[in-house]
Write a new protein. Structure first.
Length: 214
């Protein structure tokens, strides 16, 4: 479930980039379809989401095997933790990243839509009430600009990844046989987090391409 959330949010952001627009247009040309066709649009998004999930699962599985291999005790016949056990344990360390991505992805929407709450709290049932004197309050479109969204997204992503690494470090110290094995086991996780952070920052740095059907 956690990997599904990460794959879905990452792919949702990727769909707003020029790269996805180019991929969609390329497939439309290859299949002699109109890129603006709603059915083709839905098919592309579905295929992209499934591909993203499978890719996340495959990459996570590979890195769990690397963690198991790096965490084997030196000079011992003990195999250490299995990749399956590591996958089950370390997936929970990805929760901070999932939360961070939700914040980064939906911050601008919540900042705008959340302003409606101020008016709705005075008239929750749509009966023309003005319980707190805020029923006629208008939203401020300029409250959130691109710079603020960028800084909030950047801070959320970096904080989420740092928190995930810290939790993975604590879990490694608890689960692996000795401290050296625990430290070695973190090399693949560190590489994965650095790569994922770079991908995430690249996505939010891309110019947004408005979907034809958004």
């Amino acid at each position: 479930m956690i990997l599904l959330v990460l794959a879905a949010v990452s792919f949702d952001g990727f769909m707003e980039t020029p790269v996805w627009a180019a991929i969609s247009d390329t497939f439309a040309s290859m299949m002699a379809r109109d890129a603006a066709d709603p059915d083709f649009h839905v098919a592309m998004r579905t295929m992209g989401l499934v591909t993203a999930l499978l890719l996340f699962l495959a990459i996570y599985g590979i890195f769990c095997r690397l963690i198991a291999w790096c965490g084997r005790p030196s000079g011992s016949r003990d195999e250490g933790l299995s990749a399956q056990r590591i996958a089950g344990l370390f997936v929970f360390t990805l929760v901070p990243i999932a939360i961070a991505y939700e914040v980064a992805h939906y911050f601008s929407f919540m900042a705008m839509a959340g302003q409606y709450f101020i008016a709705l709290v005075s008239d929750p049932l749509g009966q023309g009430w003005d319980l707190f004197g805020t029923a006629n309050r208008f939203i401020r479109p300029g409250l959130v600009d691109a710079r603020l969204v960028w800084y909030v997204s950047l801070s959320a992503i970096v904080t989420g990844h740092v928190a995930a690494l810290y939790l993975a470090h604590l879990l490694s110290l608890r689960e692996f046989a000795d401290r050296r094995a625990a430290m070695r086991s973190q090399w693949p996780m560190l590489a994965l987090m650095v790569g994922y952070t770079m991908l995430s920052l690249w996505i939010i740095a891309q110019p947004i391409v408005t979907s034809r059907f958004s």
